[in-house]
Write a protein that binds this ligand. Structure first.
Ligand code: HXC
Length: 260
């Protein structure tokens, strides 16, 4: 797979995607998002791939936001007619049932923070910085920041960050629940890849169902969410991997997964 703005590599069952526009701190333009849409569609379709990690190239940024130099040229009519960045939301967020991790290696600002928030979870370098500085440009979050950041860190911090544009460092992001873990900068990507490999080694159908049920917690009432969880649990008990997993436990050996 050859792309202009991103690098894609398969390491066994893990796909590593690197945003690769270091000269503009990996700013997300329409072309990057189009390419990412293709990569996620390919990831979804490829049975050999069981987890995906997305990170930024260079030492400084995951992604410093939507590409301001692209947006400065656009008029309202263009944003509206293109339904700016909605295709991305459709492809990646609703299109991907498989797990993926954002490995945030530096600035994750605006659309960059929003991209990281779309991931199933974030692993951050101790140099990572998160923010929604759109207000400084006369706009506001447009790829989910006001919604996902608020769900992740609560109203007080989200409102403060969106209204002031201030950045959160990695330690604050961890204590606020925005990131799963903070890792020393030089070890972060390896750590994220190891975590992805660990997920990739789990029974794949159980991984899909787990992601689906955790995500349901953001979409529904507790009562319906609990019912959804129970049904998915029950469906998993019909899988060959359930039979194998429980048998392997009793026989004190590793399970061999069939993925069904
Ligand atoms: C285009 C960007 C960019 C961006 C940085 N660059 N961010 N280009 N879009 N979002 C470019 C700079 O213009 C510069 O290139 C190069 O990257 C290095 O950036 P510097 O500013 O020189 O680096 P530094 O002084 O270290 O400051 C880093 C920074 C700053 C704090 C991250 O770059 C910054 O504030 N960037 C903008 C962050 C932002 O406002 N993001 C939100 C975007 S709006 P040149 O060639 O000029 O030197 C958004 C909306 C999403 O994301 C919703 C859409 C629907």
């Amino acid at each position: 797979m050859n792309y202009e703005n991103i690098l894609v590599e398969q390491r066994d069952a893990v796909t590593l995607v690197t945003l690769n526009r270091p000269q503009s701190l990996n700013a997300l333009n329409s072309e990057v998002l189009r390419e990412l849409g293709e990569v996620f569609a390919a990831y979804e379709a490829d049975k050999s791939q069981r987890c995906l990690v997305i990170t930024g190239s260079g030492d400084k940024a995951f992604a410093a936001g939507a590409d301001i130099k692209e947006m400065v040229e656009k008029e309202t009519v263009d944003f509206y007619l293109e339904d700016f960045f909605s295709g991305w939301q459709r492809n990646v967020v609703h299109g991907t049932r498989k797990p993926w991790i954002a490995a945030v290696n530096g600035f994750a600002l605006g659309g960059g923070c929003e991209l990281a928030l779309m991931a199933d979870f974030i692993i951050a370098s101790d140099k990572a910085r998160f923010g929604q500085p759109e207000i400084n440009l006369g706009v506001a979050p447009g790829m989910g920041g006001s919604q996902r950041l608020t769900r992740a860190v609560g109203k007080a911090k989200s409102m403060e960050m969106c209204l002031t544009g201030r950045m959160m460092d990695a330690a604050e992001a961890e204590s606020a629940g925005l990131v799963a873990r903070v890792v020393p900068h030089d070890e972060m990507l390896n750590d994220a890849l190891k975590t992805a490999a660990a997920i990739a080694s789990k029974p794949p159908m159980a991984a899909l169902a787990t992601k689906e049920m955790v995500d349901a917690a953001f979409e529904t009432t507790l009562e319906l969410g609990l019912k959804h969880e129970r049904r998915l649990f029950q469906i998993l008990t019909a899988s060959e991997d359930k039979v194998e997993g429980m048998k392997a436990f009793v026989e004190k050996r590793e399970g061999q997964w069939k993925g069904r």
